[in-house]
Design a binder for this molecule. Structure first.
Ligand code: PYC
Length: 313
């Protein structure tokens, strides 16, 4: 038997998103938080089939387009990756906006998109240019120390930007593409040390994204980052939720005022423009970036194929 799955592939500042537009599992009519639980418990093989090898790679972030529960939303989306599920995804949301426009489902202007952690807005400013207003973001801990085997004491901030991040500025590493193997090793050690030492986000939530900051290579940017994602891939974009977490820290430190623009450069040189407004002690981040659709495809899930549902550990 062959299951056909329609996808739109895009990339946002170099980071890919594969949006499933038809042929995905029926997750019911509950809230997106309920539907992601059904996805995880009953259809995890589908996640792997879409993003893991041999059809995908650890770099791809998947999105499952859903009917929203909120009728004011243009769509709902559940994000996933090579090892599991994401609460929110900034680069993915920019990619979803451009993909929905490509399909003729949205036009220029502002639209609402339902995610597992709340409604975000997407403003299509041009065929490839999008700004998103993300979920409320905040810093939980400033300058938290973690003892990292082989590295010693590393200090960083713990912040929420739709996912949990540990943000490190003082690390002595070169943020260059030629150094990514070392950067993956360093950030993976930090992540494991955080878990081992019980340093978490709110409600004991695991910090599964590690972000290093350094000087930008472009005079147009304020900072460059390297972001390790949960499945040990690094983000080619400046990471929308990671930039949101950074904005929350900058605002908390008085280094960014409402309306000021922060240009965050990624490890591959792509740039997101960020700004923030404050509401009830949190910041509402706005992230602007560009995305391009690079494939319309039908995935074939052939039940005779031994690797039909992806290569999984
Ligand atoms: O842009 O928020 C983001 C993101 C999370 C993981 C990969 N990209």
């Amino acid at each position: 038997m062959i299951q056909r799955v329609s996808v739109i592939d895009s990339h946002t500042g170099g980071e890919p998103t594969r949006l499933v537009i038809a042929g995905g599992p029926d997750l019911g009519r509950g809230s997106l938080a309920e539907r992601i639980a059904v996805f995880r418990e009953k259809h995890d093989a589908f996640r792997s089939a879409v993003v893991d090898e041999p059809r995908g790679s650890e770099v791809i972030v998947g999105g499952l387009l859903c009917e929203p529960t909120d009728p004011t939303c243009a769509a709902g989306v559940i994000y996933f990756n090579n090892v599991g599920y994401l609460n929110m995804c900034g680069h993915g949301t920019i990619g979803v906006a451009v993909s929905l426009a490509h399909l003729g489902r949205i036009g220029l202007g502002t639209h609402r998109l339902e995610t597992v952690v709340g409604v975000v807005t997407i403003t299509l400013e041009g065929p490839n240019r999008v700004s998103i207003e993300n979920v409320p973001s905040y810093r939980l801990h400033k300058d938290r120390a973690v003892e990292v085997p082989g590295l010693g004491t590393v200090r960083g901030d713990v912040a929420w930007g739709g996912n949990w991040f540990f943000l490190v500025s003082d690390h002595g590493e070169k943020l260059e593409l030629g150094n990514v193997e070392r950067l993956i090793d360093v950030t993976w050690r930090i992540r494991q040390a955080l878990t081992a030492q019980g340093i978490t986000g709110a409600d004991g939530k695991e910090i599964d994204h590690i972000e290093l900051f350094g000087p930008p290579s472009s005079a147009a940017a304020h900072s460059r980052n390297f972001v390790l994602c949960p499945g040990k891939a690094y983000d080619r974009s400046p990471c929308g939720t990671g930039t949101s977490a950074k904005l929350a820290c900058l605002v908390a430190d008085g280094k960014l005022k409402e309306g000021e623009v922060w240009r965050q450069e990624s490890i591959v040189g792509s740039i997101f423009e960020g700004s923030a407004r404050q509401v009830d002690g949190r910041v509402i981040p706005r992230i602007r970036g560009t995305a391009y659709v690079n494939a319309e495809a039908t995935l074939l899930l052939d039940s005779n194929d031994p690797f039909c549902m992806g290569i999984r550990p």
